[in-house]
Every structure is written in structure tokens, then in C-alpha cells.
Design a protein. Structure first.
Lengths: 316, 316
């Protein structure tokens, strides 16, 4: 829900609103807000705004892909809380040139992902636009109170883990910007796969402490966990899982991988990794530890300088 | 949540998604979606997308007014269900020229209305925009299951009622478009007053059947109730409550009044009107009846021809 560079504005807004409303709502500051429901149930919700020319280029993506991706990035935020998505809202400001077939194909992509995970479309808004296309999606999820994974739950000693290899999306974006739209990496960038089932599965495991999704790059996103938890991190530059065809810099600083990043009790990691691989057929990757200290990342190993020089993706 | 002219797209979307997701969610088709919660509680939610040049002109509104109005139109949809709003999400695509003081003033207006009704800002998204300003707001409300007011609940014999006079906003927009930004009517247009307390109060009254808010004009909005309920209406053209300074056509076809439109058991109306006036200091206005028949409005009385020639506001 937030990105580097927007920090000053978001911090001002958060401070300005923190005294308004019910005390038991968790608002700005995590992947999702958390709304109390009766008993042990909680609702999580998140929103993402995508604008033409900033988040996507219409000539580099099909309408179906854009529809699918608009929902995918929000479902990823729900999964990052350990929750299961069940509904969405979709708002579209639509330029004249995109009516008819274009918006029908966009909706087909949105529908395909909705149907796969049983996510109902419960509302939205459509309007014309005199300028570019703008898409706003809200996703809602449900979770039991004691299963919620927050950014603030990392403890010194935890291992730092991702649910897969990183950097493929950034490498794919590089292909696209060079005019190669149909490479395997470009396809990864255009079709992000939110880890819905992995998120809900990790939500059930109490040895998983902090969790979030990787949308802005490891270096930037890990800092969110460190700041929220008041801890530091040591990351082994040689164990960061880099996707085939991507560079270490893509893995550290590239955005939109939509893998999950979490911290875990070190005594429970081996068991978790075995169970995860049995369930999903892919490996968990551990590449660092949470330490006491100020929120910063200490990169070590032979490739530490490359990591330290990298910065996460910035929207403005 | 929807407007005339968007019907074809929204109908296609609704049909295309109606088999996806949980059976007990009420989605597209009313002022808000209704989400089951435990026990007797329900959550309602709604979203509105406002785009520069379509819904507002930046030189005809102050930043504070636009911030306030962005939230107000959504709170009005929550009130229209009989529910009480408690949280919102705000997404803004912000052109470079509006950073700094402009967005701070926008947030001040948004905050003022949030604080008045205890509505927490629980999340959102901010991004830059290469073109115009776009604002998307989601509002959430709570209500007891048996209190929800749906568009589909009108019965033959019901009286048709509004919570106040109509047309002031349309007349104010006319002033603004003529360059007179500071008339009393222009101020009404720029500062819509959502009827939060009125909506929750009417929600408690079981004699109130169908309800919605007047955002697109009486002629257009009443048809939503008629179609959803499968009934017709007879409206007395001489009893439609027209705001001072507005025309009958403003009242029938003008948008953005944000008064509530509802139908009520005729035997209970006098008592309701007395109680409403005692509570809010303003009068309910009854000007028609629900009839058996196909969904259409029969205008009668001396000014029926003016009403019949009017059409509601259309976005595209």
C-alpha cells in the first residue's frame, strides 16, 4: 500500500488522522488495514491505484494482463497478512479510446484471477477520463485474529526468508523497455503470480513472525519490517536467491516480484521448509538474520558492495 | 456507485461475475455491497472515483472542499443503506503541480469531515500522475442485518419521500459554470452535506422500506428503486420539493443533492415525519406513491410535462 518517496506524505497523513475513529482498528502502516469483526475473526483490506504511464504502459501489456495484474497486486497484499481474499472492488477511469473491446478484455483478465481464487467482485465505479487510464482496486480478506502476520513481529534471532527467487520481474521490465515484449522474463513481469495459497498457509504457522509481500524490492521492503519491528538485519549477499536471467541488483532493488518476505523462528525453519516444499513443490530461501539494533541492513559476503549500492524502486 | 450510461458495462460485469465467490455476499446493484459478519452484524462498503475535468474543475473548488466532497459522496452511500460509517480508504493519483500545499489542504478537508463523524482513515495509496488528478475513496459502514435499507424493498402503496428540498446543487453548478463561484447555491454544490445521522436514524425505522441517496437526480435515481423493486411510481409534479433558487428541472434532473430518497408505509408516515422533524429540525417531503406495474414514473399535476422532459445526470 505504500512506497518509498511517498513516505513524507503518508507519515503526515497518518499522524493527522491517528486520533480519529475506533481504537481497535489497525490502519495505515502494514500491507493491509485490520478491521475487528465479531469473535476471533478479522477483516483485512488493502488498495492499490495504478495509473497509465507510471505503473504500466498500454503498448507493453495486453488488456487481459492488465486486468489480471490490477487484482493480483492487491491479492498479494492480503496474502502477505496471512489472510485469504474473498472480495474486491474495482474502479476504472476509462478514456474514450479504450471502451468496447479493450475494457471487455481487461475484465476477462480480472475475472480469470477472481474465479481462480473465488474472489467476488462486490462493487466499484466506472467513469470516463479525459486523460489516461486509472485503475483502483480494493481487496478484502478474512483471517483469525491470532493468525495475522504483521510487519512489526520480527525478533532478534529470526531467519529472513523468501518464498522464491527474486529479480525476474525487474529483468523482465528491462526486456520490455528494450522492446522485447515476449521473453520469458517479460512474461513474468506482465503476469505476476500472487502467493495466495502460500500466504494463507504461512498464516497458519505460528513460527512465522513478520511477513509482507515484495513489491518494491528486497532492500526497500525489508527496511519496512526492520522499522516496524525496531530491529536490524544481517543479509548474506551470496545467499540471496537470484532468478535465472536476473542480476543480483535486480533481486535486491527490483520491484514487483510479489514473493513473500518473512521472518521465522530459527529452530523451526527446517521443519517449515520441508513442509512448504512438500505442499508447494518449491523451496523457501533463507539468506539473513534479524539482529538487535537500529533499523538498517548490514550486507555481508563477497557481493555485499553490489547490494549496498542498490536502492528499491521509487514511484515519486 | 453507479450512474446512467454506465449501465451496459456494469450489467455485463455483474453477469460475468455473479457466479464467483461466496453466496451470502450482496454485491453490485445497491448503494453499497453488504458483507456478512458474525451474528447479526453486517458491513457495507462503497467506492467512488472522481476525475479532474469530469467530476470537478480544480479552478472552481478549493482543495479543502474537494477533499471533503470526495469523502462526503461515499459517506452518503453508506447512510443510504441505513448504516453508520466508521472507516475509509483514500487513493490519490497526484500531478506534480498539486504536491505540497495543495494536497495538504485537500487532506485538511478530508480530515475535517472524517473527524466530525469519527471515520478512521485506514489505508490508501498515493502515486504520481502524468495527467490529471484522480481520487478514489472507499467508505465502510456497519449495520444490523435487519436494519439494512435496500433499493429492492419498495411496495405498492408506499409513499415516496425525500429528506429535504432538491435542485440546489444543480442550480449552484449553473452559477459556477457561469463564473459565479461564491453564490449561496454554488456553495451548496461545492460542499455537499451527507445525511449520515438521518440515514442511521431512518435505518432504525422498520416502516422505511427502500432507500438510496440522490446523486444523479430524482428522475434517474427513483428509477433505480423501481427497477430493483419491480414496481411503478406516480409522482405529483406540484409537490416535488424544489430548493429556493432552483428550478423544477434542477430538482428532477440535477445531480448531487445527496438527500435521501426512500419509500415508507403510508400508515406510518405522519408519525415518522413528526419524529424526524423533532430530531433534525427539518421536514420530510412526500410527493408520490409506489404502484403495481412496470418500472416507470408517471408524472401528474400541472407541471408533469416539465418533469417528463427532464433527464438525470449522465457521466458517460
Amino acid at each position: 500500500m505504500e512506497r518509498r518517496g511517498e513516505f513524507a506524505l503518508i507519515t503526515r497523513i497518518r499522524e493527522c488522522f491517528e486520533t480519529i475513529g475506533e481504537r481497535d482498528i489497525e490502519g495505515i502502516g502494514d500491507d493491509c488495514a485490520v478491521i475487528p469483526m465479531a469473535g476471533e475473526d478479522r477483516m483485512v483490506l488493502t488498495t492499490d491505484l495504478l495509473t497509465e504511464g507510471i505503473h504500466f504502459l498500454l503498448d507493453a501489456t495486453s488488456p487481459e494482463e492488465l486486468g489480471r495484474k490490477s487484482l493480483a497486486v492487491n491479492l498479494s497484499d492480503v496474502a502477505a497478512m496471512g489472510a485469504t481474499p474473498f472480495a474486491s472492488l474495482l474502479s476504472v477511469a476509462l478514456p474514450e479510446r479504450l471502451r468496447g473491446e479493450w475494457i471487455d478484455r481487461f475484465m476477462e483478465g480480472y475475472r480469470e484471477l477472481s474465479a481462480r481464487y473465488g474472489v467476488a467482485l462486490v462493487g466499484g465505479d466506472t467513469t470516463s477520463s479525459h486523460s489516461g487510464l486509472t485503475v483502483n482496486v480494493v481487496a478484502l480478506g478474512r483471517i483469525r485474529k491470532d493468525r495475522i502476520k504483521r510487519r512489526s513481529a520480527a525478533s532478534a534471532g529470526d531467519l529472513i526468508v523468501t518464498t522464491g527467487v527474486l529479480g525476474a520481474s525487474a529483468a523482465g521490465l528491462r526486456d520490455i523497455l528494450a522492446g522485447a515484449f515476449d521473453t520469458p522474463l517479460a512474461s513474468v513481469h506482465r503476469n505476476p503470480e500472487p502467493q495466495i495459497e502460500e500466504g494463507a498457509w504461512l498464516g497458519e504457522r505460528c513460527e512465522v513472525h513478520a511477513m509482507m509481500d515484495l513489491s518494491d524490492g528486497l532492500a526497500s521492503d525489508l527496511l519496512h519490517i526492520l522499522r516496524a519491528s525496531g530491529v536490524a538485519a544481517r543479509v548474506d549477499s551470496e545467499r540471496i536467491p537470484v532468478a535465472s536471467g536476473a542480476t543480483l541488483q535486480d533481486a535486491v532493488a527490483g520491484g514487483e516480484d510479489y514473493k513473500l518476505l518473512f521472518t521465522v523462528d530459527p529452530t523451526a525453519f527446517d521443519r517449515l521448509a520441508i513442509d512448504f516444499e512438500r505442499r508447494f513443490g518449491t523451496s523457501l530461501c533463507s539468506f539473513g538474520t534479524i539482529e538487535k539494533g537500529e533499523p538498517r541492513i548490514e550486507w555481508f559476503g563477497a557481493r555485499a558492495a553490489i547490494c549496498a549500492a542498490s536502492r528499491g524502486y521509487t514511484h515519486f
